[in-house]
Design a protein around this ligand. Structure first.
Ligand SMILES: Nc1ncnc2c1ncn2[C@@H]1O[C@H](COP(=O)(O)OP(=O)(O)OP(=O)(O)O)[C@@H](O)[C@H]1O
Ligand SMILES: [Mg+2]
Length: 490
């Protein structure tokens, strides 16, 4: 909701049609702040009245604090008052004819509106001589424009279309008519007036063909050059609007591809880093195990005088460097306990990664288990875990909490808790977390930073903004922790 008079509703749907379960064509309803009167023309049954009602309902719903059936980033002004003259209020008891009922409402509106009001007028100036009615409508609209109110009016009057095309602060809009099917598409287009297509619509609605033909003959004898000019203008505007839409779609596709490309590149780099890291860890294990073995052999031959035995040990030590790296990890004798004999908190060797970690849950026959590796919580295959009898029961200190769910299709949301960290630590942990989330193809993750001075929150959000690694991010819902949490979607 904005204080200026900018209307920018994206993909707006009429709530009544939505509730009726209709297949609603969404429309962008938007114009610049300097526009004060929008004149909607177009085919009968094309959606003009519906557009008026849509804007009126959305204005009132926004004022009442309700969610609107529009796309994100839509904007609507705060309209302190909303007036409308829609429908026919003729009433014998009240001595109101169609014309006088409309006029009574118009008089009320003109007497009460003030700057910032919204006025919706369906078919202004009807139910009288068309020439006089159009002149009356024109004068009323000019008066409303000078009162600085926002007016949306539907019409079939040619002179009002001309008014909107020539007068400052006015804008033509139309609902689209498909010339192939001779029926409305309900698409709303701004910048051009539309044709009423009364004869085509009457034919579509089942009026006798002979009557239609006679009407067509009568219509053609009229001088319609001015209408034809407007028709041409409308056609050009429609083509332009279609081109614009195609360009918008192509731009969106290109942007999506570029984003995907960035994510893929990042993912590949992270996978490469991960691979390098696990390779290094394996190597460390190899070296450690090798050193231990050499130490053992040296102990055995200390003080040994038997030359052949010394030579044999020398050969054994030399042969150690020939053993393939991976086999040494699996042979690491200390890590011999099967996973079933472990419990939550036990140190573990993750054999397929060649890395150490801490088991975060008791195995109980589970196929996947949560394990903490440094600052990272991850889920690994239970079969790849081994315990060490000498280290069993020893607790390793847990500093930060970070959890990425590896399995897709699982409802639990991955999260990373940065509370209590300084900017440097938080930056490092967050980057590692985002990378891991991308590698593990997470759809949605949470970063918990709390409120505090807002420093870590700004750090997180500006990183997400600049890195372009996610599709979008936002503050968490209330049950997730509100603004103390940032939800990231990939
Ligand atoms: N955006 C839309 N999506 C789906 N259906 C629509 C939409 N707009 C209008 N309609 C359907 O078309 C019907 C006629 O619309 P509406 O009354 O607004 O036409 P109109 O342009 O005011 O016609 P007329 O000039 O005859 O008064 C609606 O009752 C509704 O069923
Ligand atoms: Mg109508």
């Amino acid at each position: 909701m904005n204080r200026d008079s900018v209307v920018d509703l994206k993909e707006a749907r009429n709530p009544e049609l939505v509730l009726d379960g209709e297949n609603v064509v969404p429309n962008d309803i938007e114009w610049d702040g300097y526009i004060k009167v929008v004149i909607i023309s177009g085919p009968n049954t094309g959606g003009k009245t519906v557009t008026l009602k849509t804007l009126g309902l959305l204005a009132l719903m926004a004022r009442a604090g309700l969610y609107l059936p529009v796309k994100e980033h839509s904007r609507i002004p705060f309209f302190p008052k909303v007036y409308s003259d829609i429908g026919d209020d003729q009433n014998i008891q009240l001595k109101l004819s169609t014309f006088s009922a409309h006029l009574k409402k118009i008089v009320h509106i003109l007497n009460h509106v003030d700057a910032g009001s919204l006025v919706l007028l369906d078919e202004l100036g009807i139910a009288t001589d068309p020439q006089e009615g159009a002149a009356l409508a024109e004068a009323i609209l000019l008066n409303l424009k000078n009162k600085d109110v926002m007016t949306l009016v539907s019409t079939h009057y040619f002179s009002l279309k001309v008014l909107a095309q020539t007068q400052e602060g006015f804008l033509n809009a139309c609902t689209e008519f498909d010339l192939d099917t001779l029926s409305p598409t309900y698409r709303l287009i701004f910048g051009a007036p539309g044709q009423s297509a009364a004869l085509d619509t009457a034919e579509r609605l089942g009026l006798d063909k002979s009557i239609i033909e006679q009407a067509r003959g009568l219509y053609q004898t009229k001088d319609n050059r001015a209408e034809d000019l407007l028709k041409d203008l409308t056609r050009q505007r429609l083509e332009l609007s279609r081109d614009k839409e195609e360009i918008k779609l192509e731009k969106e596709t290109t942007e999506a591809m570029a984003r995907e490309q960035r994510i893929l590149t990042h993912r590949m780099r992270e996978e490469e880093k991960d691979f390098q890291k696990s390779k290094n860890k394996k190597l460390q294990l190899e070296v450690r195990a090798g050193k231990a073995e050499i130490q053992k052999m040296i102990q055995e031959i200390k003080g040994e005088k038997n030359l052949p035995k010394i030579r044999k040990v020398e050969r054994q030590i030399n042969s150690l460097s020939q053993v393939p790296l991976s086999s040494k990890v699996e042979d690491a004798k200390e890590w011999s306990l099967p996973v079933e004999e472990l419990k939550s908190g036990d140190p573990v060797l993750i054999m397929n990664l060649g890395a150490y970690g801490t088991l975060l849950e008791s195995p109980e026959g589970k196929k996947k288990l949560r394990v903490q590796m440094g600052n990272i919580n991850t889920v690994v295959d239970a079969r790849s875990l081994r315990g060490n009898p000498q280290q069993k029961g020893k607790k390793s200190e847990k500093k930060f909490s970070m959890n990425v769910q590896a399995e897709s299709g699982n409802d639990s949301v991955a999260s990373c808790d940065l509370r209590g960290m300084n900017s440097e630590e938080a930056g490092e942990v967050m980057e590692a977390f985002i990378s891991r989330a991308i590698v593990q193809k997470a759809q949605r993750v949470l970063i918990i930073h709390g409120h505090g001075m807002g420093k870590i929150k700004s750090l997180v959000r500006s990183y997400l903004e600049k890195s372009g690694l996610c599709k979008q991010f936002m503050a968490g819902a209330r049950h997730e922790g509100g603004d103390g949490v940032t939800v990231v979607e990939f």
